[in-house]
Structure formats: structure tokens, C-alpha cells
Design a binder for this molecule. Structure first.
Ligand code: NAP
Length: 304
């Protein structure tokens, strides 16, 4: 019952695509995710660069991918993989979860990443009380209110636009004098009148019951000021989830991402990796492509 050809850990865009491809090869496959399918992909407010859709939310696209995946493989949500043990039998890996143990000939790590935190005073205390890492989840509460978005990448500017569209008064705070985000997003935030504070770091988040202000430090002059705000959205990048990879002795690069070859193979035989946990471009379309390649590689290796 619990024996599989391919077990995919993580049901984000890459993991779901791997499941779709794996099923169509005729192998017996399982996707396991400790949360609901979609991972951080569920939080993407809107995407305008996923082929086939002019504009679609992460949640909507994930639901479409999930319904396609479960026609092709088993899916266990809200079940956490705690340990992967290499074995000497035909099924080379025993995958232990908080509910069961599964056996598989191959493993695809699609474990994704989580939000990087600022690690400043007040950040933990005001989580859910004005501090948020997810505009799609919490933006609704800030219509008509003042908020700051911390970060200068694509995610920060996309989410700032989403929050502005909900009616929030948004100020983006970035630590350098130029944004990392693509030019078209920079142009869009100017067009819709989002204010920006550059060369500034958030030193502290303050308030009583809820967030009331942030303490900012000018990185050039050192001047410290207090900026009143009702909410602090933080979008300063991601940290890859590599705990299981480390258990398997999978090699990581100096930034902590899994090193893979063109066939999504890691240094460990029969272990593949895809998506944001790997080195490379962090894009849905890339994760999906990697999912297709990994499922095909696993199939070829099982056949051989
Ligand atoms: P990112 O590109 O890594 O940008 C993180 C931003 O946070 C950077 O501007 C960085 O500043 C800033 N930052 C990092 N640590 C900080 C700290 N401690 N304090 C203050 N600021 C800090 O992350 P992302 O925007 O989440 O994007 C992740 C990946 O997904 C990227 O590859 C991105 O291109 C991709 N993505 C693409 C799209 C799209 O194509 N539409 C949308 C979303 C994300 P510095 O610039 O100074 O380093």
C-alpha cells in the first residue's frame, strides 16, 4: 500500500507538476506536503508572466494544478515528512511522516522556502497585530489605512501594488538607493502614486496593542526617525527549506540552495530537487519545468 516509485516532498507549483508528469509515465507516485498544496505560491496576489494567463492569482492557478495532479498521483496534505532513511531493499528510501511511513525508489525534493524575517525588535511581538508577510492573506484589513512595505525586490513591489489596489496608503521602504525589482514594476508603483523611502532600514516596530510606527535609520546619514503606520508588510526574500536534503547528505551551495544538474539530479543517487529550494531562477514557470524534468529523470533511472 505504502510503496511508491516516486515520492515528491512539497506540493508547490514544481511538486504538483512533477506529480502530473510522473503519473502520466505510468509510475506509482505520492506527493506529501506539511501544509495545504501550493505553499507560498498561494500568497502570490497576481501573476502576469505565467504563459497562457494574462493575469491569474497564485491561489487560482494552484487549485487548477492540484485538481490536475490528483488525477495522476496520490496527494497527502497536512502531513509532515520528519525523516528520510536510506535502506538496502528495492525501495531505497523510507519516508517517515508524523502519520505514517512510506517507501520509495526515488525522492524529489520540492520543499520550497519560507519568508525571511527582518529580525528587529517588535517583529515577533506584532505578528498578526499589524506585522504580516502575506499581502494576499492580510491586505484586506488595511483598506484605507497607512502601511509600509519593507523590501525592494519583485515580490515587495508586486505586493505593494496589490495593497494599493485594495485602498491602502502604501509606502515602500528599501535599504538601498535603487530597487532590485524589474523596471516595469518600478514604473507601475510610480504611476499609481506609491511613496518610497530609500536608503532606510527598519530598526524597530513599535506600538501598544497594534503596530503604531516604525523606527527608521537613514543608511547614509545615520539619522533616526519615527514613521507612523498601521501595518508593516515584510517582503525581504526567502530561506530555502533544506532540512531533509541535509539528512540525505545532499550538497548545497554557499547560499544554502540545493545544487542540481540539468536533469535535476542532486549528488545523491535517486534524489532529485526542484523549485525554490534549488539554485537558479525563482519563478513558477521554472519550478514547473524542473518538475517535469525531475519526474522524467526519476522514471528513466527506475527503468535503468
Ligand atoms: P529578492 O529578489 O531576494 O529581494 C529581496 C529584497 O529584500 C531585496 O531588495 C533586498 O535588498 C531586500 N532585503 C533582504 N534582506 C533585507 C533586510 N534584512 N532588510 C531590508 N531589506 C532586505 O526576493 P523576492 O522579491 O521575494 O523575490 C524572490 C525571487 O522570486 C526573485 O528571484 C524574484 O525575481 C522572483 N520573483 C519574480 C516575480 C516576477 O517575475 N514577477 C515576482 C516575485 C518574485 P537588496 O536589493 O539591497 O539586496
Amino acid at each position: 500500500m505504502n510503496e511508491y516509485d516516486i515520492i515528491i516532498i512539497g506540493a508547490g507549483p514544481g511538486g504538483l507538476t512533477a506529480g502530473i508528469y510522473a503519473g502520466r509515465q505510468g509510475t506509482k507516485n505520492l506527493i506529501i506536503d506539511r501544509d495545504m498544496a501550493g505553499g507560498l505560491g498561494r500568497e502570490v496576489p497576481q501573476m502576469e508572466n505565467y504563459p497562457g494567463f494574462d493575469n491569474i492569482s497564485g491561489l487560482e492557478l494552484i487549485e487548477k494544478m492540484k485538481s490536475q495532479a490528483i488525477k495522476n498521483c496520490d496527494l497527502k496534505e497536512m502531513e509532515e515528512v520528519t525523516e528520510i532513511i536510506k535502506t538496502d531493499d528495492d525501495y531505497r528510501f523510507a519516508v517517515k511522516t508524523n502519520k505514517d511511513t512510506y517507501h520509495s525508489k526515488t525522492i524529489i525534493l520540492a520543499t520550497g522556502s519560507s519568508h525571511r524575517h527582518l529580525k528587529v525588535a517588535g517583529e515577533e511581538d506584532f505578528k498578526g497585530k499589524g506585522v504580516s508577510y502575506c499581502a494576499t492573506c492580510d491586505g484586506f484589513f488595511f483598506a484605507g489605512r497607512d502601511i509600509v512595505m519593507v523590501g525592494g525586490g519583485n515580490s515587495a513591489l508586486q505586493e505593494a501594488l496589490y495593497l494599493k489596489n485594495l485602498g491602502a496608503n502604501v509606502t515602500v521602504i528599501h535599504r538601498r538607493d535603487e530597487f532590485r525589482a524589474q523596471k516595469h514594476l518600478q514604473n507601475q508603483i510610480k504611476e499609481v502614486g506609491i511613496q518610497t523611502i530609500l536608503n532606510a532600514t527598519v530598526e524597530e516596530i513599535k506600538g501598544d496593542m497594534m503596530v503604531e510606527s516604525v523606527i527608521l535609520k537613514d543608511t547614509q546619514t545615520g539619522e533616526v526617525t519615527e514613521h507612523p503606520t498601521n501595518g508593516v508588510f515584510i517582503s525581504v526574500g526567502y530561506i530555502p527549506h533544506t532540512e531533509l536534503a541535509k539528512q540525505l547528505d545532499v550538497n548545497l551551495d554557499e547560499t544554502g540552495h540545493i545544487i542540481i544538474d540539468k536533469k535535476q539530479k542532486t549528488n545523491v543517487e535517486y534524489v532529485y530537487a526542484i523549485g525554490d529550494v534549488c539554485i537558479g531562477l525563482k519563478q513558477w514557470v521554472v519550478a514547473c519545468g524542473e518538475g517535469a524534468v525531475a519526474a522524467t529523470s526519476a522514471f528513466e533511472d527506475i527503468q535503468n
